[in-house]
Design a protein around this ligand. Structure first.
Ligand code: HEM
Length: 405
């Protein structure tokens, strides 16, 4: 298979559903290639899947995030371009510092009882729904509600708003997918951004009147007292991006992880009571079934990457999910090994934009998975999992199981 065929296949439904054979073929072809399928106006010139190269580009602060042309005309792009995830220093540094202060070990510690409470509640739901051998949708009852409710609690979003909110998150995520920037998806993402901005403006006004103990209240107080360098508009953009980044990814950590974990019953049986093994299992799930498959960075100057020319300002597509299975860095990369040593996976990115919530998701995995397997030692997948169809955020949206209870 040459690179043109490989990328064409990766864009296909089948490729998005199971890109791993394509990534294995990519590693045989080499770490970086000319991007063969340029859409009109696209600035992606190369595609890289080799761990060392992807890692080096992400760590190099000179490789930057690029603003899409005409971004000023679209609410969704204005929102992105005023949030830390999509911009470069010095604004990135300024905004990230404000939010990084809120992800302290103390705050993570305070999240533990929330995660435990939500997990127990969802396990009870699963037990009830799965009584007498009935099938349960693991995504609806476990993988989705745990991260959504935990993050809603953390940020300060009322639980009753989540279903409405989730639909808008989906509109934005569809736009972010490979080939997702169609006029229809852009229009829908703009609507989502407009509605979410209005939603946060109201929520902020409410919290000003009646403060809570959540992130929003803390940030408004800091904003109003002039102790942080952030405008209210920037606060809203970052809240939108933060919540978007936080939950679909973690849903997929659970839903993509379950079938993989269940293939290793000796591991699932040992997770309750073995924190070190659980940490390893969570990281191995994220390596092998990364929720985010690719990122992009633009070249700081005309350059040549192992024979592939990239002009200044052009983008390299960085296939982090392929890098996570690079046989040059992970021996026997398709083998699940929760005790694996070796380099860290790139599932949370690396460098300046390293995931701000990595600790939150890892904590959710560490606390919730052992409880799941302790409660349902005979949990089984009962139907073929249904994938989202997206490659950017690749994951299982429907996963029927029987609890064995
Ligand atoms: C398993 C779950 C998660 C995965 C796989 C994941 C993945 C990632 C990746 C790959 C990046 C790097 C983006 C880049 O370099 O362009 C990132 C950034 C980010 N993530 Fe996560 N994430 C997860 C959970 C979360 C959670 C729970 C939160 C919030 C609590 C969060 C908030 C963010 C933010 C704010 C950034 C941008 C940081 C910056 O630009 O400086 N993520 N995430």
């Amino acid at each position: 298979m040459d690179i043109t065929e490989l990328i064409t296949n990766l864009y296909s439904d089948q490729g998005r559903q199971d890109p791993y054979p394509l990534y294995a073929a990519l590693h045989e072809l080499g770490p970086v290639h000319v991007f063969p399928k340029r859409a009109p106006g696209s600035t992606v010139t190369a595609v890289a899947g080799g761990y060392d190269l992807v890692d080096a580009i992400l760590r190099d602060p000179e490789w930057t995030k690029q603003s899409p042309p005409g971004w000023e005309q679209h609410e969704i792009l204005r929102t992105f371009e005023s949030s830390m995830m999509f911009i470069n220093p010095p604004d990135h540094t300024r905004m990230r510092a404000v939010f990084a202060k809120t992800f302290t070990p103390r705050r993570l510690g305070a999240l533990e009882p929330v995660i435990e409470r939500v997990t127990e509640r969802q396990l009870d739901r699963m037990a009830e729904a799965g009584a007498d051998g009935a099938e349960v949708d693991f995504v609806a009852d476990f993988a989705y509600p745990i991260p959504a409710l935990v993050m809603a609690d953390f940020i300060g979003l009322p639980e009753a708003d989540l279903a409405w909110y989730r639909e808008r998150v989906e509109w934005i995520d569809e736009f972010l997918d490979l080939g997702g920037a169609t006029p229809q998806r852009l229009a829908q993402a703009n609507t989502a951004a407009e509605e979410l901005r209005g939603y946060y403006r109201e929520l902020i006004a409410t919290r000003r009147r009646v403060p809570g103990e959540d992130l929003i209240t803390g940030l408004i107080e800091a904003l109003d007292s002039g102790t942080v360098d952030l405008t209210e508009d920037e606060l809203i953009s970052n809240l939108i991006v933060l919540f978007n980044a936080s939950f679909v990814t973690t849903v997929y950590m659970f839903s993509n992880g379950l079938p993989l974990l269940l293939e290793h019953p000796q591991v699932t049986a040992a997770l309750p009571g073995d924190d070190e093994l659980t940490r390893g299992a969570v990281d191995e799930v994220l390596r092998m079934q990364s929720p985010v498959h690719f990122l992009a960075r633009a070249a700081p100057r005309d350059t040549v990457l192992q024979g592939v020319p990239v002009a200044e300002g052009e983008n390299v597509m960085l296939l982090i999910a392929a890098a996570n299975r690079d046989p040059a860095r992970f021996a026997d990369p398709d083998r699940f090994d929760p005790r694996r040593s070796g380099p860290p996976s790139l599932a949370f990115g690396v460098g300046l934009h390293f995931c701000l919530g990595a600790g939150v998701s890892r904590l959710e995995g560490r606390l919730a998975l052992p409880r799941l397997f302790a409660r349902f030692p005979d949990l089984r997948v009962s139907r073929t999992p249904e994938y989202s169809g997206s490659l950017f955020l690749r994951g299982i949206d429907k996963l029927f199981v029987t609890t064995g209870a």
